[in-house]
Design a protein around this ligand. Structure first.
Ligand code: AMP
Length: 396
């Protein structure tokens, strides 16, 4: 049995996603999710050889989920293939500019960044500690969502608030989706035959959480998410950019408490709040096709805000070698892609209707006509990127 695969772990506040991936062949031997880890009815579901199975875990927590995972991996003779573990970490603050092998110092560093993403980083630490307990012999690495954006210049990451808030409290823009941007920009450059070190690429990562990024010579120079994922684009349930005085308006005029406002902007706004229907882009597209005007307006606002951000990023980059769509919406919605590209026609996008319509469900490819500024779809694969980083780190 060769040790050729990486166990990728992605801990959320109440869930744990996992996959065993061979970074060389890109083959995924098992993947799954443990859910409801806060409470008494946790379960773990996994897909192996095309078959799905579920096991009830009771009051498992993250550690119980890892223990159950060990059993599943042993039962299916997968344990002996695993050479290392790679963890997805949401926030690395300014401390972590790249993926790294786990040491006590690294664990302390993640703890030190916890105030920037309290729910996420504390869940990641639970996962890391459980893996150290149940896989004591395996090296482990951490791959940060924020690390890719640490190349942003100060003019991109600083807020125009008193400077001491940055110096003393780390109040600044960090950005998210960095692992996806790294994977997608490199894949796009490879597919187009571009030299990544001399390239200007715009990426729109459009999922339930959505952001965009300006990537110059393979490095992030600007992105739409900020201190938290709330800033920037219209999302499934997040408002994206708003006037900060909306806080006092909602408090004074509408009687909302601080917690209620935060809940409203994060969980009840965006596509869900605007449409009054759903946060799922598919539901809105279907409703709009049946004449639901507010669903259409919601989709138009989503595209309007995105196009505005991309146009600004294009000016920052000075040229566009490619605009890349990724994420659940970016990879599947020809309607959103077309709407956005038409709004950006000043930059020379000329949509290839057929290619655009035919690119979905994990397919990658160019969706513009010859002679047009290139727009394309790249199916993201953050897990593969984590597996690749982990393998590279253990190889030294
Ligand atoms: P993600 O967070 O990347 O998993 O993406 C989730 C989003 O992708 C949801 O808003 C889905 O509605 C959207 N999505 C998935 N498939 C389609 C599709 N065929 N057309 C439009 N949106 C889609």
């Amino acid at each position: 049995m060769s040790k050729d695969s990486v166990l990728v772990i992605n801990c959320g506040s109440s869930s744990l996603k996992f996959a065993v991936i061979n970074p060389k062949t890109e083959e995924e031997s098992i993947s799954g999710i443990a859910e409801c880890l806060v409470g008494n009815d946790a379960s773990i579901t996994w897909k192996l050889n095309g078959e799905k199975q579920t096991l009830d875990l009771g009051a498992a927590g993250h550690e119980g989920a890892i223990e159950a995972l060990v059993g599943i991996l042993r039962e299916n003779n997968l344990m002996e293939h695993i050479e290392a573990i790679g963890h997805r970490i949401v926030h690395g603050g300014e401390k972590f500019t790249q993926s790294t092998l786990i040491t006590d110092e690294v664990i302390q560093g993640i703890e030190d960044c916890s105030h920037l993403a309290p729910l996420h980083n504390s869940a990641h630490l639970l996962g890391i500690r459980a893996c150290i307990k149940y896989f004591p012999e395996l090296p482990q690495s951490v791959v940060f969502d924020t690390a890719f954006h640490q190349t942003m210049p100060a003019e991109s990451y600083l807020y125009a608030v008193p400077y001491n808030l940055y110096e003393e409290h780390g109040l600044r823009r960090y950005g998210m989706h960095g692992t996806s941007y790294r994977y997608v920009s490199k894949t796009a450059a490879d597919m187009l035959g571009l030299d990544l070190d001399n390239s200007a690429i715009l990426v729109a990562h459009l999922g339930n959480g959505a952001s965009a990024c300006a990537i110059k010579n393979g490095e992030s120079v600007d992105t739409t998410m900020g201190l938290t994922p709330l800033e920037g684009l219209v999302m499934g349930t997040r408002s994206g950019d708003i006037d900060p005085n909306v806080f006092s308006f909602l408090n004074k005029q509408c009687g909302y408490s601080l917690d209620e406002i935060i809940d409203l902007l994060n969980k009840k706004s965006g596509m869900l709040g605007l449409s009054g229907l759903d946060n799922d882009c598919r539901v809105l597209e279907n409703a709009a096709a049946e004449g639901h005007q507010r669903a259409q307006l919601t989709l138009d606002i989503f595209c309007h805000v995105l196009a505005k951000k991309l146009a600004g990023f294009a000016a920052e980059l000075g040229r566009i070698d490619a605009l890349v769509f990724t994420g659940g919406i970016g990879e599947n919605s020809s309607m959103i892609r077309k709407n956005v590209m038409e709004r950006l026609s000043i930059f020379g996008f000329d949509v290839d209707e057929q290619a655009n319509e035919e690119t979905f469900r994990g397919k990658s490819g160019v969706i513009t006509k010859p002679g047009s500024t290139v727009a394309m779809v790249v199916a993201t694969n953050e897990e593969l990127m984590i597996a690749r980083d982990t393998e590279a780190l253990i190889a030294g």
